[in-house]
Write a protein that binds this ligand. Structure first.
Ligand SMILES: C[S@@+](CC[C@H](N)C(=O)[O-])C[C@H]1O[C@@H](n2cnc3c(N)ncnc32)[C@H](O)[C@@H]1O
Length: 281
């Protein structure tokens, strides 16, 4: 049964405290989130989805790929309007995609880029609906790009293009960052804890007018006390993103109006999604 936010927060806090202590006494290794680690993590996940591609009949099925149980067989809880819920992970991802869609529609773009497009589920969902827009996914993991391309072929979606791309290699994609391009990310910069500044600087120096970052920026809320403390510890234990809000305010505020919204939404409650909108001045 869904728990209260404090019960779930305490449960997560215990896990993160245990991990912290184990790492402190060298009983558990501390990961360094670099391109090699990311490559390995996503290779396995996307290989499995590629094998199951036939099970996903439509782009909606392909999008709704989160199961009720986690990989270790536990019930998958999520966060919806700052409440712990069960069985709503795909619904929450739909809510997030609707937020991105609303921002995208405001700017009437001719091109849309997703930074770190993974298996392409967000872009395929958009591209199947917006035939007059050209969608581009930039993704580090080649098998993810293979999967996304195979899915585009399966659903006969033509207005989409996936490229293998390391977002730190700006010269490989800066020509795509044009005035009529809307750029967004969804839980990608979190996988680049030290190097996320490179693509953001490239965006600053480009002529892109509107950017939406949907990333787990650390936002403390007293009503989520234990959950937010566990989120902070998780960032430390797992080498996750920290400092995005500060970086945006310090380095991007001269060229962009910045809006930061705590959405109270998360597929994983301990990793809630924040919306950062960058609008060129
Ligand atoms: C959590 S997944 C999210 C995927 C996708 N945005 C989604 O919502 O389904 C993060 C993605 O970022 C990609 N990524 C991480 N570092 C990257 C980099 N330096 N360049 C390009 N993609 C990267 C990973 O390979 C992974 O597919």
């Amino acid at each position: 049964m869904p728990k209260s936010i404090n019960q779930h927060g305490l449960y997560r806090l215990k896990i993160e405290l245990k991990n912290f202590i184990k790492q402190l006494f060298f009983l558990q290794s501390k990961p360094t989130r670099n391109s090699e680690l990311i490559y390995d993590i996503y290779h396995k996940i996307r290989e499995e989805k590629l094998q199951k591609l036939n099970n996903f009949k439509t782009p909606e099925d392909y999008f709704s790929d989160i199961t009720f149980l986690t990989t270790d067989g536990k019930l998958r809880y999520s966060l919806l309007n700052n409440k712990i819920v069960f069985g709503k992970a795909n619904f929450i991802n739909f809510k997030i995609i609707e937020i991105i869609e609303g921002i995208m529609n405001d700017s009437n773009p001719s091109n849309v880029i997703e930074l770190g497009s993974g298996g392409g589920k967000n872009l395929l969902w958009f591209a199947s609906r917006y035939k007059n827009i050209n969608f581009i996914g930039l993704e580090l993991s080649p098998i993810s790009v293979d999967l996304a391309r195979a899915a585009a072929k399966k659903y006969n979606i033509k207005n989409i293009n996936f490229q293998v791309c390391d977002l730190t290699k700006i010269e490989t994609y800066e020509h795509l960052l044009t005035e009529t391009t809307f750029v967004y990310s969804h839980h990608t910069l979190e996988e680049m804890p030290r190097i996320y500044k490179l693509p953001l600087r490239a965006l600053k120096n480009s002529s892109v007018k509107l950017i939406a970052l949907l990333e787990p920026v650390y936002m403390f809320k007293f009503s989520r006390l234990f959950l937010d403390i566990s989120k902070r510890l998780r960032i430390k234990n797992r080498d996750r993103l920290i400092g995005l809000k500060r970086f945006c305010k310090k380095n991007l505020s001269k060229v962009f109006y910045i809006e930061i919204v705590d959405l109270g939404l998360a597929v994983k409650p301990e990793n809630s999604t924040t919306l950062v909108i960058l609008k060129r001045k």
